[in-house]
Design a protein around this ligand. Sequence first.
Ligand SMILES: Cc1ncc(COP(=O)(O)O)c(C=O)c1O
Length: 387
Amino acid sequence: MTIAKSTRAIHGRKDKLYRGANFPIYASTTFGVEKSDDYDRYIAGDDDEFYLYTRYSNPTIRNVEEKLAALENAEDALLFSSGMAAITTTILAFMQEGDIIVAQRQLYGMAYRFLRDFVPRLGMETQFVDEDELYQLHKKFPRVKAVYFETPINPTTDCVSIEKVVKSASKAGALTIVDNTFASPINQNPLTLGVDVVVHSATKYIGGHSDIMAGAAISSKKNIKQIREAMKAFGGCINPIDAHLLDRSLKTLQVRVERQNQTAQRLAEFFLRQRKVTRVFYPGIPSSRNYRIAKKQMTGFGGMICIEMKDLKSAKELCDNLKVALNATSLGGVETLVSIPVLTSHIKMSEDELKSANVTGGMVRISVGLEDPDDLITDFRDALEGI
Ligand SMILES: Cc1ncc(COP(=O)(O)O)c(C=O)c1O
């Protein structure tokens, strides 16, 4: 029997003791052994099912990791305290001094800055490339260790062909890591398309209520074992209470994301008709270059839209005029958020870097929430009229 995503997201481990509808929160940092000899099992490597210390593993956390693995059609998953903990720990788990990582130039600002500022300090090399070079990376970088990219990209929602990156990376023998945050596991499953590791900021769609910081890495059992060893040392584990909140959130992930997809499509079409909006970026717009790629690899176009106003001043005015949408960074929650990338996700980047990342001062990124779609359209219409 094949089990649908929405069912997998609801039914995880059972509460065998009391048959509770929810799996219990094991709010323990440490777990006793019955006999000291039991430690031999842990030392022999049986560590994800051996509950010893919560930084290593915990039953409440494992329940959510198993659900996330099921949602991404993977063997295993690992939760972290934030998306950045998931990204940095995953990259460092596979890289050594002298290794090269190829990364797309168009990335979430902090992931870009980690690769630009920190990776070289550790004796490794980051090579930033544009989309075309990403599809041909085996020619220029035959010795590359890992490839890191995002699709849809923050903030432009531009899409990268996962199939083409995987093809080139496999010729170079490189590990592929993709940030699937913007799509969520409902709209896109990169592992099915041959990617090695998926990372998420679970703070966004997976958490879905703007109240949990969390991250995830999802992959084969072997890769997750390697990432878990790095996490044990770097210490970016999630806590069981946040893991429980994520479990609660996962149960509604599919209905939330489907509704956000629908409202975003309506809003994108509304923006296309607005004179004061110079450009609209949304993978669900059939005339966009992203549509063809998105149609091939996504089952929904997502809840993220990027619009461009004539300049930063009009972008600020638009954000300040909104009454329903909140002018705040982050994304994926039940409330609609707007943010100006050059003031939030993409600060501390030079003019040239912003240009290469296709980010302009007039851009406003919109994370579509679960409010009534008509209320959102009215809110944006009034805000645009007020400029
Ligand atoms: C695409 C993307 N990846 C990763 C992150 C980092 O996630 P976190 O804030 O949970 O560390 C963000 C944060 O905005 C993001 O937008």
